[in-house]
Ligand binder design. Structure first.
Ligand SMILES: NC(=O)C1=CN([C@@H]2O[C@H](COP(=O)(O)OP(=O)(O)OC[C@H]3O[C@@H](n4cnc5c(N)ncnc54)[C@H](OP(=O)(O)O)[C@@H]3O)[C@@H](O)[C@H]2O)C=CC1
Ligand SMILES: CC(=O)C(=O)O
Ligand SMILES: [Mg+2]
Length: 591
């Protein structure tokens, strides 16, 4: 039902201070009068372009990355659309400031920078502590930034308990920067409406002594409790979230590995959710690996790859599982044969059955049985034994891929695949430059946090590092799922997101030997990932959105008739459903 002019004015008055609709110095004079804010702003009426220009100048004038993070948080919390315009248009410059690496520093400092991130009445996200258990429902409802519009209920929540924030360990409630950062990438990368995102940090205490002793630490001052306490709190939170928002998609993020696997097992078949560190990372690295296999295909048949994971936590095991699928699905290998291509290393060395320690549940499946009683402790020993074609780092041990290790890989392979994937940047197992130099520029490289390009001194050729970060997957995966509305996220949907990403490279990107598309194309890439996920959801019979089902069927008809590019209708539909900073609801009505 259309609103009367008076109703519109009332809405506008209520929201005049809203950080979403705030146009600041762009507010037209007539609107200032109607909103009764004339005189409260300087007289000039500026364009959106000029506002952006000023914001960029101010941002670039900050001397540290943390100051830039604080500036951007303030901008997001006071002028949502200006912030997203900056982020979307200057993605390569801004992403490292709101996500890895800077978000790592911001999380470490969260309790110190906290009050200066948002003005009164605007909140970073929802904190749910153990003390809130009796009253969860009301507290969840407290987070309602847009009470004047019922259509703006949250669609997607990213939840952490702060227990393994990037490779920085247990940061407790300081981990809030991660759900906030991930959800900003949902908006920039896949056009999720920022008003419908819900960052959640659970407070079950922290084992971080530094935080517990810090007078400014903002979480509960207690250590983490038993697994029983953890899982019953999580049960209550998930159950209540589903009661309040039945269609909410939940992304579990940065939980300690044991809990991460257990949560996924508990909820994957009954809740609309996925785990980003296990499944999102699995998909993004599979995608980079598919392209690395293509680049090495003339020297190594795919089935002869030998993949060594340095680190055996949620990320490594998540990727190993996706690679296992890949060798079975694409190369017809049996599960047992595919498993033989994968080795894991943890703090005790190569993960084997007969090592003598009790293996964590998630390591058991990949534990080697063919070591004939031998154990291998150091990475050098393991490399000599395994002779890997690919070395994948998920250990959070910055610099541990030394020059000696990198050279060893180069001696074993014409083009060694080396992926130092730990975050943030200081935790990367090596840098791009180190990998290039040690391998005589032959490395096939991706890292979790972006490294600068490298210019080969001999030829002047510019080489592009890949960024193997789940940010290439979760935005498109989430968008596809939100549009098709399945009740659960399946492994097949995750797998399809990976192959869609791998095949989204343009001819130019392929000619530059890139493993991942340029970040600047993220929206198109997310649309392709989302479309692949949607097709899979429809094929599994899980879609509940009639329009989407009809579109997929129509595209199938077109495909059968060989009339057009794959899923073009669907990709267009997905793109049309993306939020954009320019598409704005109330002020378009020109009240
Ligand atoms: N690029 C991306 O998109 C992503 C990157 N990551 C990054 O991956 C890293 C790991 O995450 P996650 O798997 O969840 O974390 P975990 O802490 O669960 O795993 C770390 C693993 O590294 C092992 N490890 C630590 N130190 C050493 C060492 N000196 N020698 C050998 N092994 C060691 C640990 O061994 P043990 O089991 O014995 O303790 C553990 O298996 C983090 O830095 C995270 O930021 C995570 C998700 C996505
Ligand atoms: C990227 C990410 O999810 C992590 O490092 O945990
Ligand atoms: Mg993570």
């Amino acid at each position: 039902m259309s609103k009367t002019v008076n109703e519109k004015i009332n809405i506008a008055k209520n929201i005049a201070k809203s950080h979403y609709l705030n146009q600041a110095t762009s507010t037209a004079l007539v609107l200032r009068d109607q909103l009764q804010i004339t005189g409260l702003l300087p007289p000039a009426v500026e364009t959106f372009d000029l506002q952006k220009k000023r914001a960029l100048i101010q941002l670039r004038a900050k001397s540290t990355e943390l100051e830039k993070y604080i500036f951007l948080a303030w901008l997001r919390n006071t002028n949502v659309r200006l912030f997203y315009r900056l982020l979307i248009e200057d993605l390569e410059e801004i992403t490292p400031l709101i996500y890895t690496p800077t978000v790592g520093t911001a999380c470490q400092e969260y309790s110190h920078i906290y009050p200066f991130l948002a003005p009164p009445g605007v909140h970073d996200g929802l904190f749910l502590s153990l003390n809130d258990l009796p009253n969860l429902k009301n507290i969840i409802k407290n987070y309602n930034p847009y009470p004047f519009d019922e259509s703006l209920t949250p669609q997607i929540a990213v939840i952490t308990d702060g227990s393994r924030i990037l490779g920085l360990g247990d940061l407790g409630v300081n981990g809030m920067g991660i759900p906030v950062g991930k959800l900003q990438l949902y908006v920039a990368g896949a056009g999720i409406d920022p008003r419908r995102t819900l960052p959640i940090t659970l407070d079950l205490g922290t084992n971080n002594e530094h935080n517990l002793k810090d007078q400014f630490y903002l979480g509960l001052r207690r250590k983490r409790g038993s697994d029983k306490e953890f899982f019953s709190f999580l049960d209550a939170v998930v159950k209540t979230l589903r009661e309040v928002y039945p269609e909410l998609l939940i992304q579990f993020e940065d939980f300690s590995s044991e809990h991460a696997f257990e949560l996924l097992k508990k909820y994957r078949d009954n809740t609309f959710c996925f785990n980003d560190d296990i499944q999102g990372t699995g998909a993004v690295i599979l995608s980079g690996f598919i392209n690395a296999v293509r680049l090495t295909a003339k020297d190594i048949p795919p089935k002869e790859h030998r993949i060594l994971f340095f680190g055996a936590g949620s990320a490594a095991v998540g990727v190993a599982k996706q690679l296992l699928e890949f060798f079975q699905i694409e190369h017809g290998m049996t599960e047992a044969d595919a498993k033989k291509l994968l080795w894991l290393v943890d703090t005790k060395g190569l993960v084997t059955f007969d090592r003598g320690d009790k293996l964590a549940d998630h390591k058991v499946y990949f534990a080697r049985k063919d070591n004939e009683g031998q154990q291998f402790k150091s990475l050098t020993e393991v490399i000599d034994y395994v002779r890997p074609t690919a070395l994948i780092g998920f250990s959070s041990q910055g610099g541990i891929f030394t020059e000696e290790i990198l050279k060893k890989l180069a001696r074993l392979n014409k083009n060694p695949i080396i992926f130092p994937l730990s975050n943030p940047k200081n935790n990367a197992e090596c840098t791009f430059e180190q990998a290039m130099k040690a391998t005589n520029n032959q490395v096939i490289f991706a890292s979790g946090t972006m490294f600068p390009t490298y210019t080969e001194p001999e030829t002047g050729r510019v080489r592009y590092p890949g960024q193997g970060n789940n940010m290439y997957i979760f935005p498109g995966l989430g968008l596809g799922a939100l549009l098709a509305k399945p009740r659960i996220i399946t492994d097949k949907q995750i797998y399809k997101s990976a192959s869609a990403l791998a095949y989204s490279l343009t001819d130019e990107e392929i000619s530059l030997d890139m493993l991942y598309p340029k970040l600047t194309r993220i929206r198109r890439v997310s649309a392709e990932v989302a479309s692949a996920v949607i097709v899979q959801i429809v094929e599994e019979g899980l879609a509940r959105d009639e329009e989407v089902i009809a579109l997929v069927k129509n595209d199938l008809e077109v495909l059968k008739a060989n009339k057009g590019p794959q899923w073009e209708g669907l990709v267009r539909f997905v793109e049309e459903n993306m939020w954009d900073y320019g598409r704005e609801k109330y002020f378009d009505s020109k009240i």
